[in-house]
Design a protein around this ligand. Structure first.
Ligand code: SIN
Length: 510
């Protein structure tokens, strides 16, 4: 495993594999936690990929929906760029063998999801888009001679030379020993942070590693307080929680309380198709009031459930709930981190030799509330741009780069952290709960040492405390209105605490 590489991709989800394929014929190495498809949240994506593909839709409308959903802080340039590139990237995936659903006349079948003004979500066999995309990419990677894939490896820290340039990663392989993998360019495609929360739809291994590693090396981090809670995780006591895709509400499924009363129109004029943060808060409120929350798909999907939504059907049936005849119990769950390592339009971070892509990045595309099915889109659009930038680039040699080995957070501390993040940095936040959580995180760090989950959790909590307003997925019960439409940028300060600002640094000249 150890040795010198040219381009090193950390993570084998959609962003990492699409990037590796697009780099051809330039050689690259992908390191992955587990064999392909086994630890990537991308494979669990049920919705699909949003792109303006129908005759009555266009990228301007898609960008406008992205900006409107994002609660005032989407970067409009990024929104327009991903919307414009979307159709071409869907065509790339079709060419790689992804069997997107078709209408009887052969056009792509496009679904409506919340806060989209047009049906524009390309899906596969109902709720199997992520799985089908990852299977097609895994086959393409296996056949690609330019990609070296090493699995069973976890990146622990970024190797950095005296000038600050990143020169690869310190990684732990199957032997358990930490080894250096040097590289001219390192791209973090290491997924999100759902595993920092007690209730999540992400793999438990998604613990914000990319943010923590990049932050420790001095990279700028953006918008960590913006966590997206999916409104309808299936509440059957599983960890991670299975998802009931938003497409069910697109098909007409209703959210009801335990007496069967539909409640969403009490909260928002768009009822079940309101933006995701609004629906998550409504469900949270119904549950907190003791009325419970259930997704009633009986009229909208009924007997078609097994063929139209096989993943959701299987999850429900495995818990003894037949969604054809009974409403599905649901709860909000940490689903997607809008915050991440700050990236420019070409996936560059603020550190030489380090790029970022996918959920690990904060590009400005999602603002305070990501539009449904824009995450797979953002991942492939930025992956293609990073590949275009690096494919023929002359990259610097890694100097003498080193890294400190972080400590592993003991399991009991991780469990405690997950509970505290869920209850105090969750759907509803306030100064008292966030402050107590910050104290706990600081104490844990003194006791345990520098660990990645503690670092990323601390960034989320510090930024949530500092944002004294409510916006998108960040709702403060003590500051319930929106005041300042600004993004948050944080970097490691000299005393070890983050320095916060609201101005995005200049993009480097092309
Ligand atoms: C869903 O299918 O509801 C999730 C899609 C997404 O997170 O974009």
């Amino acid at each position: 495993m150890t040795g010198n590489r040219d381009i090193l991709i950390v993570g084998a989800g959609l962003a990492g594999l699409f990037l590796a394929l697009k780099l051809a014929p330039r050689r690259c190495t992908v390191i992955a936690l587990a064999p392909l498809g086994q630890a990537a949240a991308s494979a669990w994506a049920q919705g699909g990929m949003a792109a303006a593909l129908s005759a009555d839709d266009n990228p301007e409308l898609h960008a406008a929906d992205t900006i409107a959903a994002g609660a005032g802080i989407v970067d409009p340039v990024v929104a327009q760029m991903i919307a414009e590139n979307g159709p071409a990237r869907v065509r790339d995936l079709l060419a790689m063998g992804v069997p997107f659903d078709r209408t009887p006349n052969g056009d792509l079948a496009l679904s409506l999801e919340a806060a989209h003004s047009h049906p524009r979500v390309a899906r596969v066999a109902g709720d199997l888009a992520g799985k089908a995309i990852m299977e097609a990419l895994a086959l393409a990677v296996a056949a690609a001679g330019h990609i070296e894939l090493i699995d069973g490896v976890r990146a622990l820290a970024l190797l950095q030379d005296a000038s600050g340039r990143i020169g690869g990663v310190l990684a732990q392989g199957p032997s358990g020993d930490a080894e250096e993998i040097y590289a001219r360019e390192t791209i973090l495609c290491a997924g999100g942070s759902g595993g920092l929360y007690a209730i999540t739809t992400n793999p438990k291994s998604s613990q914000g590693d990319a943010i923590a590693m990049a932050y420790r090396a001095g990279a700028l981090v953006a918008d960590p307080e913006f966590v997206q809670f999916h409104p309808t995780a299936i509440d059957i006591g599983r960890d991670p929680a299975p998802l009931a895709t938003e497409a069910l509400r697109g098909e007409g499924a209703k959210l009801v309380d335990r007496n069967g009363r539909a409640f969403m129109c009490d909260y928002h004029p768009d009822c079940e198709l309101a933006p995701r943060d609004e629906v998550a808060r409504a469900i949270h409120a119904e549950r907190a009031a003791g009325r419970g929350a259930f997704l009633d798909c009986r009229a909208a999907v009924g007997d078609h459930f097994p063929e139209h939504f096989p993943t959701v059907f299987g999850a429900c049936m495995s818990a003894g709930i037949d969604p054809r005849t009974a409403p599905i119990p649901v709860a909000p769950a940490m689903h997607y981190h809008m915050g991440g390592v700050a990236s420019d339009l070409w996936g560059r971070t603020t550190l030489e030799g380090l790029s970022v892509c996918g959920e690990s990045a904060s590009t400005g595309a999602h603002g305070g509330n990501r539009l449904a099915s824009n995450s797979l889109l953002e991942a492939v659009v930025f992956a293609e741009r990073i590949a275009r930038r690096l494919k023929d680039a002359t990259l610097g040699e890694p100097g003498t780069a080193t890294a400190d080995t972080p400590v592993e957070l003991p399991a009991e501390d991780l469990n405690e952290l997950r509970k505290r993040m869920h209850s105090e940095a969750g759907v509803i936040r306030n100064a008292a709960g966030l402050g107590m959580t910050l104290d706990w995180l600081r104490d844990a760090r003194k006791r345990v040492g520098w660990s990645r989950p503690l670092a990323t959790a601390q960034l989320i909590v510090e930024a949530a405390l500092a944002r004294k307003e409510s916006r998108g997925g960040h709702f403060r019960s003590d500051y319930p209105t929106s005041i300042a439409p600004e993004r948050t940028f944080l970097r490691l300060g000299p005393d070890g605490a983050p320095i916060t600002s609201h101005a995005k640094p200049e993009e480097p000249a092309e």
